[in-house]
Ligand binder design. Structure first.
Ligand code: PEP
Ligand code: MG
Length: 590
């Protein structure tokens, strides 16, 4: 019998798939450091360059001091710090950061981050082991400079020098989007739910995560070895030799299977009876487009633009927004790019944008905020219409709850186009307009909304939240969060029927579209385009290739007659479980 007596097993919510094994790094405060990003006004460049140079100088002085303070017998170990001093003066890091600031008129922190991300892979790709190790040094010295730039002297995450598993009370979506992938293997949190934006971003970044563990920060200690299984939602603290071996084996198996799927990502998503579907990718930042392309995505089905408004001190301007949108469009030539307008507030509140609300999820979120602040909305609409001149842009509006909102959006789109014409800026006057159906009132009234828009996109994450009256990020009510709830399925049916009656296409970009086990239901309902986080694309395409639309239609008719979630789950598992489950689940023998 394996000896597992010193192990502690914690069960939480499977936030993002993947398995990792490593040392715990405990955050004793909420959140990780966020790298600010903003553009510089004309007169600000020189001052910003000076700020960068001062930070570099402080980092060098600090290193000299540490070297000087190192006792004689340990001097050999301090050699690495001398390498860091040299790196800090090197043209590759120092010179290129200054050049990036000059060329792109962006702040020092962001320029430095960009340069590090571009040169690190060069070192990592080197055959020589010594040079490969220098990749870590580049990250190390840039952190030192970053610390002086942001003034975050006491921020513990900046001090992380090894690859760790982060253990935090909670992480906000903005913080998660800024996680340094080169440092953090995975993360676990006390709070959070599967449909929270935090776990959605972890899935986009492909970082394994277990959320909602409740006691993780109390039970786990710094440097504890932990196994994190993001597929099963389990964390094992102080694993035995046997558990470690088991985890390593499962990790290899999972990665092997994922690589197999990835290789098939570029095959078309055609059903067994010959129906073609499009499988697109959801992104939060322009950098993620590459992952969508690599996984065989047929376009961008959801670009969550609000992330560009976070991790900064002021609203981005039209030019900056336009450039990001154009970057995405340029990377996806001839393929649709669905730009969703600002979905700020709710769990994505930002201090400079609005005051805290009593019930943020039911407050001035998304389109409500944009119509409340038309000047902010018009800036974004202008940027989107300009980017539309470069490719196949669709405009998608989040959180529509009544028809008046759509009519007002159309009026503001026309106003944005008129003002662009007056300014003589190239743009598209009209782009396909879609409403996100994610509030029950919109689903109920979908037949009246359909004539006013070009398409619907169903956001199941919020549709479930608002239908079931549960906070999607709250672990205690996560058990109620289930796409197979009969009320949710009935609403989906209402939406697709209403759209079909008006000959309008319906897409889905909520997380339900990214899970292979739900694909038969979505096919049976008649959806033609699904959009998922990039790593799910190959699995969803694979599921589509296994299915026959006619059969799924009959199956959905039967499902819609059921009254309980459990019954529906049983039926789905019985008919499609073997075909579509990824075999990832494992209860760790307990
Ligand atoms: C949704 O609600 O399903 C959706 C796709 O939007 P978000 O997750 O950004 O709220
Ligand atoms: Mg939503």
């Amino acid at each position: 019998m394996p000896d597992r007596k010193n192990e502690i097993v914690l069960h939480g919510i499977a936030g993002s798939p993947g398995i990792c094994i490593g040392k715990a790094y405990l955050m004793d405060r909420e959140g990780v450091d966020v790298v600010p990003k903003y553009t510089l006004g004309k007169g600000q460049l020189e001052a910003e360059k000076k700020r960068f140079k001062t930070a570099v100088k402080k980092a060098i002085d600090e290193l000299h001091q540490i070297i000087a303070d190192t006792p004689e017998e340990l001097r050999e170990n301090a050699k690495i710090l001398e390498t860091h001093v040299v790196l800090l003066k090197d043209k590759m890091l120092y010179g290129r950061t200054i050049e990036t600031m000059e060329d792109e008129l962006i702040n020092a922190e962001w320029a430095l981050r960009k340069v590090v991300l571009s040169i690190k892979p060069l070192f990592e790709g080197m055959g020589d082991g010594y040079l490969r190790d220098r990749a870590e040094d580049v990250v190390n010295v840039s952190d030192r400079v970053m610390k002086h730039l942001t003034g975050a002297e006491e921020v513990s995450i900046g001090a992380i020098t090894k690859r760790v598993i982060l253990v935090a009370p909670d992480l906000s979506p903005a913080e998660t989007s800024q996680i340094q992938l080169e440092r953090i293997m995975g993360f676990v949190t006390d709070r959070g739910g599967k449909a929270s934006h935090t776990s959605i971003i972890a899935r986009s970044l492909e970082i394994p995560a277990v959320l909602g563990l409740e006691q993780a920060t109390r039970i786990i200690r710094n440097d504890d070895i932990i196994v994190l299984d993001g597929n099963a939602g389990v964390v094992v603290i102080n694993p035995s030799e046997e558990t470690l071996a088991e985890a390593e084996a499962r990790k290899s198996l999972y990665e092997e299977r994922r690589a197999q799927y990835a290789r098939s990502g570029h095959l078309p998503a055609k059903t067994r009876d010959g129906i073609d579907l499009a499988v697109m990718g959801n992104i939060e930042l322009p950098e993620e487009v590459v992952a969508v392309k690599d996984r065989g995505g047929d376009g961008i089905g959801l670009y969550r633009t609000e992330f560009q408004y976070m991790a900064r001190r002021d609203f981005p301007g039209e030019e900056e927004l336009f450039e990001s949108y154009r970057d995405v469009v340029d990377l996806m030539p001839d393929k649709p790019v669905t730009i969703r307008t600002l979905d700020i507030n709710g769990d994505k509140a930002v201090a400079y944008i609005s005051d805290p609300e009593e019930n943020p999820v039911l407050g001035l979120r998304a389109i409500r905020y944009c119509l409340h602040k038309p000047e902010v909305f018009l800036t974004q609409l202008r940027a989107i219409l300009r980017a539309a001149n470069h490719g196949k842009v669709r405009l998608l509006v989040p959180m529509i709850s009544r028809i008046e909102e759509i009519l007002e959006v159309k009026r503001l789109m026309a106003k944005a186009a008129d003002s662009l014409k007056q300014d003589g800026l190239p743009h598209q006057k009209k782009v396909p307009l879609g409403a996100m159906i994610e509030v029950p009132s919109a689903a109920i009234m979908a037949d009246t909304l359909a004539p006013e828009v070009d398409f619907f996109s169903i956001g199941t994450n919020d549709l479930i939240q608002y239908t079931m009256a549960i906070d999607r990020g709250n672990r205690d009510v996560a058990y109620l969060y289930n796409p197979l709830n009969p009320a949710v399925l009935r609403l989906l049916k209402m939406i697709v029927d209403a759209a079909a009656a008006h000959d309008k296409p319906v897409f889905m970009c909520g997380e339900m579209a990214g899970e292979p086990i739900y694909v038969p239901i979505l096919l049976g309902l008649g959806l033609k385009e699904l959009s998922a986080n990039p790593q799910s694309i190959p699995m969803v395409k694979n599921a589509i290739r296994q299915l026959d639309v006619d059969q799924t239609r009959t199956f959905v008719e039967r499902l819609l007659k059921q009254t309980s979630t459990e019954q529906i789950e049983r039926m789905v598992q019985k008919i499609y479980g073997d075909l579509l489950n990824n075999g990832n689940h494992h209860d760790w023998g307990r």
